[in-house]
Design a protein around this ligand. Structure first.
Ligand code: SF4
Length: 692
């Protein structure tokens, strides 16, 4: 335990007292015992060098509960505290509102910096190449460059968030955005002006670094070479951390990525031949035969790759729009896999030969300005070749890895692989380097227990040495008074023909009685599409504004429309289960169409299931069920966001009542007023609820 005078639970909790500095500085502040308990536990975790896992229900005020101890600890100990969030929205709220609020509350100066991914920053090298006319631009790209010219010359941060362009123009941001593959690093002629490097430098002086899970995990994978050294970490929105780790640990062997790089070298179209080699060919006519060899190798490598992916396509049984196919042990001996393996080896030989020819060319020109660019292409191709070799020669038949095919419109577009147990990697490469770790979220516990989260996150390995504490702080809201749940018990199963019609009928009635302000959460895109198609004409007739994901705009646009349009209804898939925080009359009812079990074709799900089997555990009990319960908790949690909110959750999946496992879902949410109804009873019960 570290002893210190100015930092102890008593000092910290005084800030939250009814007459304390929070009450004096934050308008609308309410004293909440749950918040004080959380702040106290976080303080102890820092002092005792321990790990804390805490579910803090909606309304506890977890952000302030961790900010005060984090800032005071950073100042007192001269240690950096890193705060990581999942969403950009929370990262922005922290840096634009909550942390500046803390300056008022604490009455002290401290330095905080937002660490963002490089894709947020303008790359001078890319920009200057475009301005110098060294890159061919499409008309829309040219319009984008014209629109950012003045900003690019004046900006101090180079951060894309300063731009307020139409999304059609912002879609072109990638042509000037910093990216790992094209970055010239030490040999960049603009490194002294580089916005990303400036941001990284500013992190050195920070007491508090606010980042996101993606950057935190990238830093972990490159041995902490992005963020400065830190030993104190707070992970907010921790419920998705292991999923993000799984995604981050994955490797991809993608046809389009490789072709894109090859096209930087050379392409042919009706207008002629283009690309970097063409440019070099004119500048260095003496290397003509080497250029020809490189072009031939690049062509043949693309063709072999195309054949490889065509052969993999034979493994697909379903020409779905977009899905994944997890490779099984028995696939190894199939004809298509053996053929694909031969083609893969042929492709490796050709790409290695291509790399060696490019190296010869690079030896000739590396002292010139063009050499930097060639080095980048070489590095990209070498990385692709290496990643492909890890997937195809190592991971594909290892027990602790999972490999899958990514498909789009019936074509295989990539082979990818990841860890079966991302938690183990987190343990070794992240947690073991920390003094203290705080993981918080509104949804971590299943039936008030943390076993599932501790296992998935890799923290269970610390349980033996008593280093991990858990704390459950329920929401302070009065759910008895504020919320009710109806489960409808006579909706047909999704496979039945009448499913979409019946669901649409229930929803239409519900929309009319509620007068809009309903959020409908789906788990399958096809169901969303079918139900929306049935509902739309009647909604138009009844002056209900139907906002459907993929049909009426992007996430942010749909949410804005929902907020500002009376009698509106929002229907969406996964992102809508978590990403919405709407208080008051804007959202009065949440409808859950089906319990959110993940499809077994999801590689993350498949990996977890395999991992359970390796541990002799039941995959449904130990992963599918708790995972779905956390997501259910997130979905139903959209409803009550403040003390004043009042509303309904309607679940159209009777498994919640009829199956034994339904209790896990019900016991994990704070709504306890639950009624089982038939469809025909629903209108009457809704009206009765609204009357109160
Ligand atoms: S260092 Fe990299 S990101 Fe920065 S300007 Fe140069 S190429 Fe772009």
């Amino acid at each position: 335990m570290l002893a210190m005078e100015g930092f102890n639970p008593k000092v910290i909790t005084e800030y939250f007292a009814p007459e304390g500095r929070m009450a004096a500085s934050i308008p609308g502040y309410r004293y909440r015992e749950e918040q004080v308990n959380l702040a106290e536990s976080i303080t102890n975790a820092f002092i005792d060098q321990e790990f804390l896992v805490s579910e803090a229900g909606t309304g506890v005020g977890k952000t302030y509960a961790y900010l005060i101890p984090a800032i005071l600890w950073a100042q007192e100990q001269k240690e950096k505290v890193v705060i990581s969030t999942r969403t950009r929205a929370l990262q922005q709220q922290l840096t634009e509102k909550d942390i500046p609020d803390m300056k008022k509350v604490l009455g002290t100066e401290f330095v905080f910096v937002e660490a963002k991914g490089r894709e947020n920053f303008l790359c001078w090298n890319k920009y200057m190449r475009i301005v110098a006319g060294r890159k061919r631009l499409e008309p829309e790209e040219r319009r984008f460059i014209e629109a950012i010219l003045r900003w690019a010359e004046d900006t101090k941060s180079g951060d894309r968030k300063e731009l307020t362009l139409d999304s059609s123009l912002m879609n072109k941001w990638g042509i000037v955005a910093a990216d790992r593959k094209s970055c010239l690093r030490d040999s960049c002629p603009y490194s002294d002006k580089c916005f990303r490097l400036k941001m990284l430098k500013s992190l050195e002086k920070a007491d508090i670094i606010v980042t996101n899970h993606a950057l935190l995990l990238s830093d972990m994978l490159v041995e902490n070479s992005i963020l400065p050294k830190y030993s104190y970490l707070i992970i907010d929105e921790a419920h998705t951390f292991d999923r993000e780790a799984f995604d981050h640990l994955s490797l991809r062997f993608s046809q389009s990525d490789i072709n894109e790089t090859l096209q930087l070298l050379f392409t042919r179209d009706k207008q002629g031949e283009h690309g970097y080699l063409q440019y070099l060919r004119k500048k260095y006519p003496g290397f003509s035969s080497l250029f020809t060899e490189i072009v031939d190798l690049s062509d043949s490598s693309s063709k072999i790759l195309q054949n490889f992916f065509n052969v993999l396509k034979k493994s697909l049984t379903d020409k779905d729009y977009s899905y994944t196919r997890v490779l099984q042990w028995q696939d190894q001996e199939t004809k298509w896999m053996l053929k694909a393996m031969d083609l893969y080896l042929e492709w490796q030989n050709s790409i290695i030969l291509l790399i060696s020819k490019l190296n010869s060319l690079n030896d000739e020109i590396k002292e010139t300005e063009e050499g930097n660019e060639l080095e980048n292409i070489l590095q990209s191709l070498s990385e692709y070749s290496y990643e492909a070799s890890v997937i195809m020669e190592e991971n594909i038949d290892q027990q602790d890895k999972i490999t899958w095919l990514e498909c789009e419109r019936g074509q295989v577009v990539a082979v990818a692989s990841s860890e079966l147990d991302a938690g183990q990697v987190l343990h070794e490469r992240l947690y073991s380097k920390l003094e203290s770790l705080v993981m918080v979220s509104a949804t971590l516990a299943i039936e008030e227990g943390y076993d599932y989260f501790l296992t998935r996150s890799g923290l269970n390995t610390f349980k033996g040495d008593d280093r991990v504490n858990t704390l459950l702080q329920q929401s302070p809201f009065n759910y008895e008074q504020q919320a009710r749940m109806f489960i409808i018990n006579d909706i047909p199963e999704p496979g039945e023909r009448s499913f979409a019609e019946t669901v649409a009928g229930v929803l239409e009635n519900l929309f009319l009685i509620m007068g809009g302000q309903v959020l409908v959460l789906f788990t399958a895109r096809s169901q969303l599409k079918d139900v929306a198609a049935i509902l739309r004409p009647d909604c138009d007739l009844n002056d209900i504004r139907l906002l459907v994901q993929y049909e009426d705009g992007e996430f942010r646009h749909l949410v804005d429309e929902f907020i500002h349009t009376p009698r509106s209804v929002l229907m969406g898939l996964e992102t809508f289960w978590e990403g919405i925080d709407l208080k008051g009359e804007i959202l009065k009812c949440v409808v859950i169409i089906r319990l959110p079990f993940r499809p077994p074709t999801d590689p993350y799900c498949s990996a977890a299931d395999r991992y359970c089997r390796l541990q002799n555990k039941n995959g449904f009990q130990h992963f599918m069920l708790p995972d779905a319960a956390v997501r259910f908790k997130q979905g139903t949690g959209r409803l009550i966001r403040s003390e004043e909110d009042r509303g309904l959750v309607v679940v159209l999946d009777s498994r919640l009542e009829k199956k034994n496992y339904g209790r896990v879902f019900k016991n994990s949410i704070p709504i306890k007023d639950v009624l089982l109804l038939e469809t025909k009873q629903l209108p009457e019960y809704i009206k009765e609820f609204l009357k109160k």
